[in-house]
Design a protein around this ligand. Structure first.
Ligand code: PRP
Ligand code: MN
Ligand code: MG
Length: 178
């Protein structure tokens, strides 16, 4: 049976919205003029971030999803990355923007980037809402990052703890009281 925990707010819904808006502005500028952009959300964690981000983009976009899971219900990575659900469409010659909720060890991202690169996209970039650089095990970096955070277990805005709390409108950190 799971220990009781509490969630302390770390990044407010308002702060997230402001950051998403400015990320979208930078991304829209970067891709200005392209009509080949496909925004790919990594399920499940990115589903809220991608929904908010694409609505702020001033670009013609297609949206697709990919599911790769490594964590299951544990709080630490099992190091195994599996593709559970592949993209619907081919990405050869396309501009691909991969959207992630959080880069932790970097294993999920580097594995997915390797797979997508074999499909020869024109450009493959990453936008991650959160980055925990202190936890990195493989050398991978998003072109756009919303917030750098310390090594705390976070939930909300798409991110789960044992599949719960994805629906919180803010980012919180999980704490286990004595
Ligand atoms: C979490 C998170 C990232 C990944 C980051 O996904 O959403 O995708 O782990 O960890 P890493 O950098 O150490 O690989 P998870 O595997 O828990 O699946 P989920 O998105 O369905 O929650
Ligand atoms: Mn994920
Ligand atoms: Mg998870």
């Amino acid at each position: 049976t799971k220990r009781d925990y509490v969630i302390d707010e770390m990044i407010s819904a308002k702060a997230i919205a402001a950051r998403v808006e400015s990320l979208a502005r930078e991304i829209s500028e970067f891709y200005a003029g392209t009509n080949k952009l496909v925004v790919v959300g990594l399920l499940r964690g990115s589903f809220i971030f991608i929904a908010d981000l694409v609505r702020e983009l001033d670009l013609p976009v297609e949206v697709d999803f990919l599911e790769a899971s490594s964590y299951g219900n544990a709080m630490v990575s099992s190091r195994e990355v599996r593709i559970l659900k592949d993209l619907r469409a081919g990405i050869e010659g396309r501009d691909v923007l991969l959207v992630e909720d959080i880069v932790d060890t970097g294993r999920t991202l580097s594995h997915v980037l390797a797979i997508l690169n074999t499909r020869r996209p024109a450009r493959l970039e990453v936008c991650a809402l959160l980055d925990k650089p202190s936890r990195r095990e493989v050398d991978v970096k998003a072109r756009w990052t919303g917030f750098e955070i310390p090594d705390e277990f976070v939930v909300g805005y798409g991110i789960d703890y044992a599949q719960r709390n994805r629906n919180l409108p803010y980012i919180g950190k999980v704490r286990f009281p004595e």
